[in-house]
Ligand binder design. Structure first.
Ligand code: MG
Length: 356
């Protein structure tokens, strides 16, 4: 039997991913602007968020959504074994690079994809990369959380997010970002209370480490680089007072545009909030926690800041869609979104495959 609420949330999760990316990107103008205040001034001059009419000319989707679609199309295709799936994901990543004009693809993704040999056994393995901690694996992992949203499928979620992540970002800071995003999307679909998500991630990290050890690839390099992601998250959860997953999150009394910019920068690896695998899902999560029930506040906090705003935008908006569907989202934000049909189709296919 079709669960029409769930089906709609799958669609909204996929479509709003594109919206979060397109608004955060604004054809490169906002993704690369390092001042949240300036972005908010631009927005004010444009008549505010309500007035934004996302279309394929002025609000192109960026590399994030192109790779999100690539992940999704591989997942819903027919495959019988994990190696077959990985070959398909790698193939899609190679193909999607032809659709990057004007979309500002990340350097790590572009360079790593060139090394992939999808038709060769293990041709999707790349060497461990001490500098592979960027957010490129995280930004495209939403569909994994949709397909494996049920708690009993957590091991597949972990496995596939890590393996697809390390096809381009073979570093725990990078691929654990993919796992965190997939996990948060699964929590959104489950309607798990937001304050529990961070604690859930910490528990899941233990299972991720077991997987890495059992798999036996680059174990020592991974061990050496593992703690940065974990420590960043435990510090963050402790600051917000939600380590236990029960308490209500605490925020500063004043937490406006410039305070948020400062905070996002403070959790970043090298000064750009959301540019890495650990802080892209962290900033999205922070925005979800502090925006409460407001789509508008979520946009202001996750898509309109001085950091890597399209990647934090795609993650936050996906979670909103997974929890709330299109609730309170103005039609102008998605009616003419680029690749709307592809995103809707993928939402439908992911729903069908995940519920059959
Ligand atoms: Mg982008």
């Amino acid at each position: 039997m079709v669960d029409s609420d769930l089906k709609k949330r799958f669609e909204a999760c996929n479509v709003l991913s594109g919206v979060g990316d397109a608004i955060g990107y604004k054809n490169g103008e906002w993704e690369f602007c390092r001042s949240g205040r300036r972005i908010h001034e631009d927005l004010y001059k444009m008549g505010g968020l309500e007035n934004i009419k996302v279309d394929s000319r002025n609000w192109m989707i960026s590399d994030d959504t192109v790779m999100h679609l690539a992940t999704s199309e591989a997942l819903v295709s027919k495959w019988e074994s994990l190696p077959e799936l990985y070959s398909k994901i790698a193939q899609k990543y190679v193909e999607c690079m032809r659709d990057m004009a004007g979309r500002a693809p990340g350097l790590t993704c572009s360079a790593s994809v060139q090394r992939l040999r999808p038709q060769v056994d293990k041709g999707w393995y790349i060497p461990f990369n001490p500098r592979g901690g960027g957010c490129g694996a995280a930004m495209r992992a939403v569909p994994i959380g949709l397909l494996y949203w049920k708690p009993e499928e957590i091991l597949l979620l972990i496995t596939i997010s890590i393996e697809s992540g390390r096809m381009t970002h073979n570093n725990p800071t990078g691929y654990l970002g993919a796992m965190a995003v997939a996990l948060f999307v699964s929590y959104a679909v489950q309607k798990k209370p937001l304050k529990e998500w961070g604690a859930g991630l910490i528990v899941t990290l233990e299972k991720a480490w077991e997987y890495i050890e059992n798999e036996g690839r680059d174990v020592e390099e991974n061990r050496g680089a593992w703690d940065y992601f974990k420590k960043s998250w435990t510090d963050y959860l402790s600051l917000r007072g939600i380590t236990d997953g029960i308490s209500k999150p605490k925020f500063p009394d004043t937490y406006k545009v410039s305070e948020r910019d400062k905070f996002y920068k403070s959790v970043s690896f090298a000064g750009t909030g959301g540019a890495s695998g650990h802080d892209a899902p962290m900033i999205a999560y922070d925005a979800l926690l502090s925006a409460g029930d407001s789509w508008e506040e979520l946009c202001l906090r996750s898509m309109l800041h001085g950091g890597d705003s399209d990647s934090t935008g795609i993650i936050a908006a996906a979670c909103w869609g997974g929890m709330n569907g299109y609730r309170d989202v103005p039609e102008g934000h998605y009616k003419k979104l680029e690749y709307l049909d592809r995103l809707k189709t993928q939402g439908k296919k992911l729903y069908e495959k995940s519920t059959k």
